[in-house]
Design a protein around this ligand. Structure first.
Ligand code: GLC
Length: 435
């Protein structure tokens, strides 16, 4: 897995070579289904996602006026989105035809979605990174089509690190010191007590699972359940990393960070009120947008390392078609178009800058010239997957146990040792119940 991710990153860094030459004819206009149809799409609205989705829908319906697309705006939290999806699937509801689904959910969604192998040609499937297709294949069924990839990095106010003579941190310990130094110096220089050293995602949801997985993988080289199915939450260096993170709350990070998701962190950073931020690629173009106070003042680099490595959370979103849809053919046509070459490119160049899932898109001259894409390769190379393969359809429960336990430490409700000892038992019980 890691080797493949590194390969993917390398491909991004060197620019893609003819090895990946693809038939561009496939990137043509939308294929229209027969007859009138109304298709509901449950999509994200993090950053500029909604605008992007609406423009994709408008492009499709301009070409296929027999189709009406309704965009259903889902909560930003991946955890909340999954809960909504599970409720509609439980009811076998035809209300949502097309779902935007997280990279960690293939086993969870499998019973409720159509097999995209039946609707896409081999050539069409071959357009996507083979690894991503493999990751979305459950018992031979392609449960979702890769839509955009994701890996987080460290956003750095380079104007301030330069001004105050601080090196860009490459370890979590260095980050702790650098954030405090810039925060102290900048507060003293400006009197702005709302200026913070470091913002990240500390709310109790899937995003905290990602942030904490990063501290854990950095120290131990493994996530909270290893590929071999071993629970990994009591290592001493990890306990210390957890204490370090709890120590950030109220010192280099606002007290409220334990309620932050991605967008709350971005709001603080983009207003010019943070030296460093952990966030996904989508914050890059937005941070350089016209309404950003920090446009042109920051860089985006790989996350800090721990004793073992850099453990960036491998993220990404797919598009899936509901088995309960009343019009699967039209739903598939919409899904295919949304994940087409043309739309992947548009999305990557949009203010949301979502990384494409087709090698051929990276070959495109506009993409290769984009400042975001040139930073992406090294960051994707640091990515490490959450334990969604080892936990399968129980991933959501495992992740919820992990984030709740970490959250209790961040808010001071429990000591790191106690919280992790209890978590170890709970995760072992969960694994045992799967046998
Ligand atoms: C990003 C990632 C996704 C992850 C989520 C957590 O959207 O792409 O995989 O689950 O963040 O907040």
């Amino acid at each position: 897995m890691l080797k493949r991710i590194l390969f993917f990153a390398l491909v991004l860094m060197i620019g893609i070579v003819p090895l990946f030459a693809q038939d561009m004819e496939l990137a043509g206009p939308a294929e229209c289904p027969e007859g009138d149809a109304t298709i509901s799409v449950a999509g994200g609205s993090v950053g500029g996602e909604l605008a992007q989705l609406e423009s994709a829908a408008a492009a499709f319906t301009a070409n296929c006026p027999n189709v009406t697309i309704e965009i259903l705006q889902m909560p930003d939290s991946a955890t909340e989105r999954l809960n909504i999806y599970l409720q509609t699937w439980e009811a076998q509801s035809a209300d949502i035809d097309v779902f935007q689904v997280d990279v960690i959910w293939p086993a969870i969604i499998a019973p409720h979605v159509v097999d995209m192998n039946e609707y896409l040609s081999e050539e069409e499937i071959g357009m996507y990174f083979a690894d991503m297709i493999a990751g979305q294949t459950v018992d031979g069924r392609l449960v979702a089509v890769p839509w955009f990839s994701d890996a987080p990095g460290l956003y750095v106010r380079t104007d301030l690190t330069e001004e105050y003579g601080v090196e860009i941190p490459t370890t979590w310990d260095e980050l702790t010191v650098a954030a405090q130094t810039v925060q102290d110096a900048h507060r003293a220089a400006t009197g702005n007590e709302d200026f913070w050293g470091y913002v990240w995602q500390g709310n109790d949801y899937e995003g905290l699972t990602c942030d904490a997985h990063e501290w854990l993988v950095a120290e131990t080289g493994e996530t909270f359940i290893s590929a071999e199915g071993e629970v990994n939450v009591t290592d001493e260096a990890w306990i210390a990393a957890l204490d370090r993170a709890a120590g950030w709350v109220g010192t280099i990070s606002p007290e409220g960070v334990t309620t932050y998701q991605e967008e709350e962190s971005r709001a603080v950073f983009q207003a010019g009120n943070a030296a460093f931020m952990r966030n996904w690629p989508y914050a890059y173009n937005l941070g350089n947008g016209e309404d950003s106070a920090v446009a042109g003042m920051f860089d985006w680099v790989p996350l800090p390392a721990g004793a073992s490595r850099i453990g960036a959370c491998l993220g990404g979103w797919q598009i899936a078609v509901s088995q309960y849809s009343d019009n699967v053919d039209a739903a598939v046509a919409v899904a295919k178009y949304f994940a087409s070459f043309e739309q992947l490119k548009a999305r990557a160049l949009s203010e949301n800058g979502n990384p494409p899932t087709m090698p051929s898109v990276y070959e495109d001259a506009d993409i290769a010239a984009s400042p975001l894409m040139s930073r992406l390769g090294p960051i994707l190379g640091t990515a490490y997957a959450r334990p969604s393969v080892a936990t399968g359809e129980r991933y959501g429960e495992a992740s919820a146990l992990f984030s709740a336990a970490v959250h209790s430490v961040l808010t001071g409700e429990a000591s790191s040792e106690d919280a992790m000892a209890d978590l170890e038992v709970a995760l072992e019980d969960l694994l045992a119940s799967m046998e």
